[in-house]
Ligand binder design. Structure first.
Ligand code: GDP
Length: 303
């Protein structure tokens, strides 16, 4: 299945909600009325596009009605264009190091999909002919260590893990040493989930990063915040708080296959100015996709 087809299939909930809504609203009247404006705005807000982006799309549709009239207007193309223009086309490729491993740290609150995403990323590197190592730095939960080990076995990728309750910075240290010794291309660090409001836990995360940087200057080379696509705009607060403790290089938005709120991808990138690098579209190893603004916009709005 091509990238666009997968986007379209997995973003179906958001897509169907938007397309049915648009179709109903544009038939209310041949002229663009206040009622249509209100309903369209509600529809977009409900899809988590955020206030600004919702208004922008409504404005573009109103202009379309005024200049072209309803008959000549493709409202879906208008909305898709607005969304695509808003999303920066970012280079989603993970930074590689000229020498030595590139370290990628995955951070976020509990249950957003960090462990799964670490495994999926390592898998995509391996599939592309590169080498990867995984580190289980979520030492607070024995189940998290086991979960990553299981992924490692399944994907045939080595996992560096400490004991349950071990110091996560020590595990990260061992993992960097192993990655350097084995000269792998990428080391993915699965960190423990933590609430962005817990100061001591955020400090601990910063410490894990400092330890790695001391050992391998520049590490982690990427810090990806993993956000659950179905949590809506609360993700914004999470992103701002994490960014204060550990500077983020990009976002991963997961579980977009299970929500009608896919608009949050647009809102969050617009609000934060941080690139969405990958999106999670399912639970399997190959269900993580590099983000593509044009394909995403079309998948949301194409009839
Ligand atoms: P963590 O606590 O952040 O490490 O989260 P996990 O990686 O353990 O993921 C939590 C749950 O979300 C698991 O059941 C995953 O299978 C599921 N999950 C992760 N990413 C996705 C996704 O993109 N789509 C769907 N449907 N489920 C996902």
């Amino acid at each position: 299945m091509g990238l666009f087809d997968k986007f379209k299939e997995r973003l179906k909930k958001t897509h169907d909600n938007l397309v049915h809504g648009f179709k109903r609203i544009v038939t209310i009247s041949p002229k663009f009325t206040d009622e249509m404006e209100e309903e369209l705005e509600m529809l977009l807000l409900g899809g988590d596009f955020g206030a600004q982006m919702s208004l922008q799309i409504v404005d573009a549709v109103r202009k379309g009605f005024e200049t072209q009239g309803r008959e000549g207007l493709d409202v879906f193309a208008v909305a898709a264009r607005e969304v695509e223009n808003e999303l920066a086309s970012v280079d989603t490729a993970l930074k590689r190091q000229a020498e030595g491993p590139a370290v990628v740290s995955l951070v976020g609150v509990n249950g957003t999909g960090k462990t799964t995403t670490s495994a999926k990323l390592a898998h995509s590197i391996k599939t592309g002919g590169g080498s990867a190592l995984l580190a289980a730095c979520d030492t607070f939960r024995a189940a998290a260590i086991d979960q990553l080990k299981l992924w490692g076995e399944r994907l045939d990728i080595d996992v560096i893990a400490g004991a349950y309750g071990a110091d996560p910075a020590a595990v990260a240290h061992d993992a960097v040493a192993a990655a350097v010794a084995r000269s792998v291309d990428y080391l993915f660090i699965d960190t423990a989930g933590r609430l962005h409001t817990k100061h001591n836990l955020m400090q601990e995360l910063a410490k894990v990063h400092r330890v790695m940087d001391k050992q391998l200057p520049g590490a982690p080379h990427e810090t990806l915040l993993v956000l659950d696509g179905s949590t809506g705009m609360n993700a914004l607060t999470q992103a701002r708080e994490f960014n204060k403790s550990v500077p983020l290089s990009g976002l991963v938005i997961t579980k977009l296959d299970g929500t009608a709120k896919g608009g949050m991808v647009v809102a969050i990138q617009k609000e934060l100015g941080l690139p969405v690098k990958f999106i999670g579209l399912g639970e399997q190893a190959d269900d993580l996709q590099p983000f593509d603004a044009a394909a995403f916009a079309r998948a949301l709005f194409e009839e």
